[in-house]
Write a protein that binds this ligand. Structure first.
Ligand code: DGL
Length: 266
């Protein structure tokens, strides 16, 4: 059981930010990654569709022997985590990307926190709701930033176009006077430096990748499921093949990756 892989999924390249952090914190673990590129972006989809996709992908990851499944997508965490817990909770360790961040922030006493994310994540109100439940003195303001995922998936990063889009969103008066900004989408760590720079590094930009990886380590440890053997093999599946996915994955892991197309929808 301990040598089995950790299943992880997202709509596209976003979850790679989490996969990369897991490999840094738990280098002995093998990953099985699923990027649902055929249905990207999730942020525009209905809750019902995201639940359906998430359920099928979780079945796929369990069918490929995962010892735990991590929802490395905020839109799916906001829309489908409870549903997946009902469906698979007793059978497998299941983690999302929102709860560990809420837990992390609860010890920090911020007065005003901003959240940016997809339309699905922001309209769900999940972050506000969960943060305010834990820390009633914190004000949470949220802003949907739907252009950021297609921008990143199209490779517009560290350039004038992305700077203009980021500036336009972050200059929204709603975000004035925030002390911290949650990157409520796993794609956004890819542009974390551009975001920090916009705020002249005076706002703490909270990215879930490391926080979630530490939560995963803790839960595996608690269940005696950490892989004791040497570095495992990682495998990446996409539901639709794109060059860009392979390029970004290679950039993250600094090596060739084992990438395969898995058609789980027919
Ligand atoms: N990376 C995802 C998230 O955290 C999905 C973005 C999308 O597909 O719209 O929300």
């Amino acid at each position: 059981m301990r040598e089995k892989p950790i299943g992880i999924f997202d709509s596209g390249v976003g979850g790679l930010t989490v996969a990369h952090a897991i490999k840094q914190i738990l280098p002995g673990e093998s990953l099985i990654y699923f990027g649902d590129t055929a249905h990207l972006p999730y942020g525009d989809k209905s809750e019902e569709s995201i639940r359906y996709y998430s359920e099928k992908i979780t079945e796929f990851l369990i069918g490929h022997n995962s010892k735990a499944v991590l929802i490395a997508c905020n839109s799916a965490s906001a829309s489908a985590y409870d549903h997946l817990k009902d469906k698979f909770g007793g059978k497998i360790i299941l983690l999302d990307v929102i709860d560990p961040v809420v837990e992390f922030l609860s010890g920090r006493n911020f007065g005003r926190i901003g959240v940016i994310g997809t339309k699905r994540t922001i309209s769900s109100g999940t972050y506000e709701h969960k943060i305010m439940k834990k820390s009633s003195k914190t004000t949470v303001v949220s802003l949907a930033t739907p252009l950021l995922v297609p921008m990143i998936e199209e490779g517009f990063i560290f350039d004038d176009i992305s700077n203009a889009i980021i500036r336009t969103y972050l200059s929204n008066p709603l975000l004035s006077e925030i002390e911290a900004l949650i990157l409520g989408c796993t794609h956004y760590p890819i542009i974390k430096n551009q975001i920090s720079k916009y705020f002249n590094f005076s706002v703490e930009v909270v990215d879930s990748a490391r926080i979630v990886s530490l939560a995963l380590k803790e839960v595996l440890e608690r269940n005696n499921l950490l892989n004791p053997s040497a570095a495992g093999q990682d495998i990446f599946y996409v539901s639709d093949y794109t060059d860009y996915f392979e390029r970004i994955a290679r950039m993250f892991f600094e090596r060739d990756i084992n990438l395969q197309k898995a058609d789980i929808w027919t």
